[in-house]
Ligand binder design. Structure first.
Ligand SMILES: [Zn+2]
Length: 179
């Protein structure tokens, strides 16, 4: 069953906060044990959780780890440096319909900003052969039924823009006769 396949990447802010909370609570225990802080000064779980949510550095670091890893995966899938991709969406997406989009992305931040909605999302990224699949949750898609499929495609050898048909190497704009 496809939903038992583990995602390579999970971006879920509440999960990140839960994991960090466990670590910070353990650290606090240790600090009390070694008398670095006094038990009376210990922060409550709610206080620590609130601190993490306010810690923008924490989220920036986590985002960087995640996007570094995704950039590595992109390079494996699309190693020729074309940086051209096609994304299709099922379940929601651009203009509320199914559709395809061609775009250039040299790194994972560019890829994600081309594909995902700009508001806060939780997503899982899977690698299926040389395709990426992203399952996305957000306020308009609370059950996570929005799926993106992203494939590497070729670049026009004239202008470098993405071309949709695999074997074609010239785009419609350049209208170069290949024969
Ligand atoms: Zn072209």
């Amino acid at each position: 069953m496809s939903n038992t396949i583990k995602p390579l990447i999970v971006w879920d802010e509440s999960e990140l906060v839960d994991d960090e909370l466990i670590e910070r609570l353990q650290q606090q225990e240790e600090d009390i044990g070694s008398k670095i802080i006094l038990g009376i000064d210990a922060q409550s779980e709610d206080d620590i959780r609130a601190c993490i949510y306010e810690d923008s550095t924490f989220f920036q670091d986590q985002w960087e780890y995640m996007t570094d890893y995704l950039s590595e995966i992109m390079l494996k899938i699309n190693p020729k440096g074309y940086e051209c991709w096609m994304a299709t969406v099922k379940g929601f997406g651009w203009r509320n319909s199914e559709g395809a989009k061609l775009f250039k992305a040299a790194n994972s931040n560019e890829l994600l900003s081309n594909v995902l909605p700009t508001y806060e999302c939780t997503f899982h990224i899977f690698k299926e052969g040389d395709k990426l699949k992203i399952r996305n949750w957000h306020h308009d898609s609370p059950t996570g039924n929005e799926y993106y499929y992203i494939s590497p495609i070729k670049a026009c050898i004239c202008c470098g823009e993405p071309v949709s048909i695999n074997r074609k190497v010239y785009c419609d704009e350049c209208k170069v006769n290949i024969e």
